[in-house]
Design a protein. Structure first.
Length: 82
């Protein structure tokens, strides 16, 4: 009579263990999908190194042109005063 009781107890324990393993596997799979989406979303938010260099070079080119115009204006003002 003891053997069927142990069989029932062990069957319930193994079923509970398998259910826990299944739920854990599903959660890990869900977290993997969320991690992939996060990586994709972060890639859209950040700029690449090449894009950053191109933008900085455009800003520096404009600053150089402004510097040249300012130098020309200052020379013009000095010549008008002197």
């Amino acid at each position: 009579m003891e053997l069927p009781v142990w069989n029932v107890i062990l069957s319930f324990l193994s079923a509970a263990l398998l259910l826990w393993v299944n739920l854990s596997h599903a959660e890990v799979k869900r977290l993997g999908i969320l991690l992939s989406k996060t990586r994709e979303e972060n890639a859209e938010k950040f700029v690449t190194k090449g894009d950053m260099h191109a933008d900085i070079n455009r800003v520096l080119a404009r600053l150089d042109r402004m510097d040249e115009k300012l130098d020309a204006f200052m020379k013009e003002q000095r010549s008008a005063l002197g």
